[in-house]
Every structure is written in structure tokens, then in C-alpha cells.
Design a protein around this ligand. Structure first.
Ligand SMILES: [Zn+2]
Ligand SMILES: [Zn+2]
Length: 135
């Protein structure tokens, strides 16, 4: 997997990756919709040790229905949400696809929480679309 790079809107926070993306998903849950302000979030999950983040981020942690605590990491200057982390999977990082420069490597494999998608959101019929997060 080639290196991926990205940044927030103002450029104060940047990241660069090494290694493979474990998993890519579009998430249609209400948390992802509200936190991004978009109709869904596209997330690239990787090992945290494969991602180098430069610049300071501010965090917001919240508890989801499962009891897990998710943390959003965003630029304190422009507010872009650059990545997320999860208490239950502490070695993983979820990069926000919209911040990534190498568009050709953003290829979501699944639509999760399809049961809470907005009516206007069209799903790729070739991708699985479970109502909730599998597993
Ligand atoms: Zn910024
Ligand atoms: Zn979500």
C-alpha cells in the first residue's frame, strides 16, 4: 500500500501513513453524520503505529450504545475532524477519508449502519450494507 497523506482544512494538522489500510467503511450512524456534518463518514482503519500525525489536535470523547468510548480528534483552529480512536480497539485509528489526498486509494468495502442512513444517500448495490456494525 503506498503512503497516504492528508490534512485538515487550514493545514495545521497533517498525517502520513506507512503500511496497509486494514479496512475501509462508509458509516451512516447518527454519530458519524452529526460529527462530520455530512450525510455519512468514510473511514480508513489502520494501525496507529502506521500513522504519523503532525500538529496538535483537540479531542471529544463520547460513549456509544455498546458502552464503548469513541474519541474524535479535530483541528482546534479550523475544526476539521481528522481521525477517530476507539477504547475497545486501542491500536486502531480511523482516518477521515475526506482529508486524504490520494483519492484513488479510498475504496470503501462496506456501508455500515445502513439502517440509519439518510433517505437521500444512495448506496453502491455491489457493497454489503448491514443495518448495524457487524461483529
Ligand atoms: Zn485545521
Ligand atoms: Zn458511525
Amino acid at each position: 500500500m503506498p503512503k497516504l497523506t492528508g490534512q485538515c482544512l487550514c493545514g495545521d494538522v497533517t498525517f502520513a501513513t506507512e503500511g496497509d489500510v486494514a479496512f475501509q467503511a462508509n458509516c451512516h450512524c447518527s454519530d458519524c453524520r452529526q460529527t462530520t456534518g455530512a450525510t455519512f463518514a468514510t473511514l480508513l482503519f489502520m494501525d496507529q503505529s502506521d500513522v504519523e500525525v503532525s500538529g496538535d489536535v483537540t479531542t471529544f470523547a463520547h460513549t456509544v450504545d455498546s458502552g464503548n468510548v469513541l474519541t474524535k480528534h479535530f483541528c482546534p483552529n479550523c475544526g476539521s475532524q481528522v481521525f477517530g480512536t476507539s477504547e475497545s480497539r486501542p491500536t486502531l485509528i480511523a482516518l477521515r477519508a475526506g482529508c486524504i489526498n490520494e483519492h484513488e486509494h479510498v475504496k470503501p468495502q462496506i456501508n455500515v449502519f445502513a439502517g440509519s442512513k439518510m433517505d437521500c444517500t444512495l448506496l453502491d448495490p455491489d457493497l454489503p450494507a448491514p443495518e448495524r456494525m457487524p461483529g
